[in-house]
Design a protein around this ligand. Structure first.
Ligand SMILES: [Cu+2]
Length: 333
């Protein structure tokens, strides 16, 4: 990581220095701070959905470079005051250029970034802060993933240096990943699968989430006529339970047409062939209500499938299969 960050710093230094000189001609040197977006363990099951660290004090004219080392997607997004939160697909609208200037009058958005194995080095995104103020940073892919950037006058001493933030990033990352690891055990019965676990943690800068991007005890062996139930224990992130061909991006959120709703609100499908397409749609907790905003409808956290024929039925979460979130139901006669 250190080498990658150092490389990114060198390759972007000239351009940044030029921009800073244009913004603040009287200032000899502005700083570029290095922060991280997200962290994960080796098999990508445990994810820190977090800005690391999620609070920093900088001077006007400084810039911050965020590095994205995780397989899970994230954005670095500064909305303008009063702007309604857009979807991650809509963005500001769209993404703004690397080295965008955020002065609290227009939205700045990295767009969706992630570190896939095929990419040689993690992507980065840099924002320049020419004016003083306290600014909220959000990830459009994850509710409850927030940070605060304090931009101070040049004459005001800064409370911390880069080494402090490096230690903060390491500590917060370790805490979140160990929280995820501790909750990644199955509490379910023989016909029950836990579809992801998430814990929201708060601190002075905002909130972060420790998430397990796995179906726990993902393989079940059952008999014809029996039903398996998936339950999400994730605090904010959506998952899907998807059999057969994957729906396209725009039709991922609603369930497929062969899914019905049980009396208790759980979605339910009947499958009669391993090649049959069944898609739960997004399985998500209801978001926390806020004073003055319309209340959210009740969440959909459970999905049930009844199997009528023997066979091996593969399923996955279409949002997190790249992280290894998949499983199998073996149906015996
Ligand atoms: Cu998922």
């Amino acid at each position: 990581m250190t080498n990658l960050i150092a490389h990114g710093f060198r390759s972007t230094f000239c351009r940044r220095a030029l921009l800073i000189a244009l913004i603040l001609p009287g200032r000899a040197m502005a700083d570029t701070w290095q922060l991280q977006v997200g962290a994960q363990n080796g098999d990508m099951a445990h994810q820190a959905l977090a800005f690391l660290p999620n609070e920093i004090w900088v001077h006007a004219g400084d810039s911050i470079t965020w590095t994205f080392p995780s397989g899970e997607i994230h954005t670095v997004t500064f909305l303008k005051p009063g702007q309604l939160r857009p979807s991650r697909f809509a963005g500001c609208p769209g993404a703004t250029l690397d080295f965008s200037i955020f002065d609290n009058t227009a939205c700045v958005n990295s767009g969706i970034l992630q570190n896939l194995p095929a990419i040689s080095s993690p992507p980065t995104y840099t924002v320049i802060f020419p004016v003083t103020g306290n600014f909220k940073l959000v990830c459009l892919a994850h509710p409850n993933m927030t940070a605060t950037i304090h931009v101070l006058e040049l004459s005001t001493p800064l409370p911390h240096d880069q080494a402090f933030y490096d230690r903060q990033a390491d500590r917060e990352s370790a805490d979140l990943l160990s929280d995820a690891m501790a909750s990644a055990h199955n509490h379910s019965g023989s016909h029950e699968v836990t579809a992801g676990v998430g814990h929201i943690l708060g601190n002075g800068g905002g909130t972060q989430t420790a998430s397990v991007m796995r179906f726990m005890d993902a393989t079940k062996v059952i008999h014809v006529g029996e039903t398996v139930e998936w339950t999400s224990a994730e605090a904010v992130t959506s998952h899907t339970i998807t059999f057969g061909p994957e729906p396209d991006l725009l039709s991922q959120i609603p369930p497929s047409g062969n899914v019905t709703v049980d009396a208790d609100g759980a979605r339910h499908a009947i499958i009669s062939s391993p090649s049959e397409a069944v898609h739960s749609g997004f399985i998500t907790e209801a978001p926390q209500d806020r004073i003055g905003l319309p209340q959210a409808p009740v969440g959909v956290t459970r999905f049930r499938v009844t199997f009528t024929q023997p066979g091996a039925y593969q399923y996955k979460c279409v949002l997190h299969d790249e992280l290894g979130m998949a499983g199998q139901i073996i149906v015996l006669p």
